[in-house]
Design a protein. Sequence first.
Length: 567
Amino acid sequence: MATLEQLSTALKNADAAGDTAAATKLAAEIKRQQAQPAQPKVGLGEDVARALPSGLKTGTEQLVGSIEDTGSLGGRVAGKIAKWLGAGDETVQNVESGLGESISGALNPVGRIAKIVKGIGGPDFTRLYAPTGESVKQDVEAAVPAVKAVNYDPQTRAGKFAKTGAEFLPGMVAGPGGWSNIARRGAEQFGTGLLSEGAGQATEGSAFEPYARFAGGLGGAATMSSIFRKGPITPQAERTIAEGVDLTAGQATGSKGLKYAESELGGGTTAALVDRQREQLTSRAMQELGAPAGTLATAPNMLREYRRIGDELTRVETAVGNVPVPAPVQQGLLDAVKNYNSVVGPGARADIVSSTVQDIGALMRNNGGPTLNGEQLATLRTNLRTAAENADGQTAQAIHAIQDQLDSAVGNHLATSNPELAADWKRARTQYRLYLDLERAVANEPAHIAGQGVVTPAALRGGVKGVEGNRRLVQGQSEFTGLANDAATAMSPMPESGSSSRIAARVGSGLLAAGEPVAAATSTLGPWGTGRLLMSQPVQRMLMSAPENARAALTALIAANQAREKR
């Protein structure tokens, strides 16, 4: 609680700024404190001991009246925005009441009905079905006067922290999981209160204090949730995040309502995140090839990695000595030519395919048996690599098939003759295979995406299928399979459909206009401001760890405003 000196300073600032509402509230608080008898000085232990039950009482009252109080807070924020845009006092009041009623009505339909009944002259049930924190306090103290003794204003900094932490504590009963998680939720809530109080004390007495406390509570909730629990993040999203790809709360939790809101309201923030996700996914794929983190699949980078991997394979081949070429490998070389000739007509065939296999046969005969030495293998690789760079389609596939057979012979030989060199060979061979997957993925992307040096999850999955085949894709035998499947699931875009969820997201955020003269400005500012808040890190982290009913409440709030816009 602010001191009289701090309140007086805040009152002067409010008067200077022309904020009549704030000045009136501050003056009333100064008068209230002046009318109270001075509290006797108490020790630290007593101050904390008295602050805790007082905080629990206040927190319980605020929890019961939280829906109406949340609506009022949203209305006041909207009113301040409208005033900042130049609206008159009457318009500001209409914006405050209109948005406040919409928020509380969306979250508490029964309370909305009670207010309508009262408005048409019926019985007043609003204190029962639409209570505020203050009305709950008044009703409880009127029914049980003895509870007034619990009210206490802490005198020490520790007492203030204790009271605010205790005020948040009743929120633990609202979480999922019954009583089994009550201790964890209690720790989360108390910690959130401590962070909120810290932010409030840092700005105590200033006009920013209420907003600092709100922001501290919001950030505290995200922090505490990330400390105490992982939240409802899907397994695919968890693995995708672990690979270094940033996801939105909607993508991480699989919530369609959040995805629509993020897509519709996020604007440039969401678009920039989508671009960054593709870059992060591509960087992770390039790392599998051996490229440094942050490398994109641009044409120069792809060419550099292709040559680097080829040079590493050539290095190993040069050091390998004589490599036996067993009968299965020889048959595989002949099959590569046969398969190529079966799909490419005589006039379109490239001589490199059949001539290379013939050259391999001649080399083995000159060596006196079915063997090739390291220098011969290195020369064959250089020639095949150059030919593949200048070929496409079936010819390139045939060249790769020939190289695969030669690589198989080298790998089998090294496995028994030189295990250390075999490890280098295996790593380079894996990188080469993954390079071909990524190369196919880039080639299959539209020009506007491939030109950025990035790939989408669907294209990466298609690259594995195109190069390694359906079986390795379905059985998860490629290093890219898990990454591509998880990212494709987590990063799946929402349809651009103009559905009711998408329309409701925009209509709900534009509700700040409330049909007043500032409608044009606030309907533009509403989506912008809501989107920036929704996509901010504290809110995103909180939504990732929030229970399903909390995320559903956000979606319900957005959807409920659609009906208001139609009236």
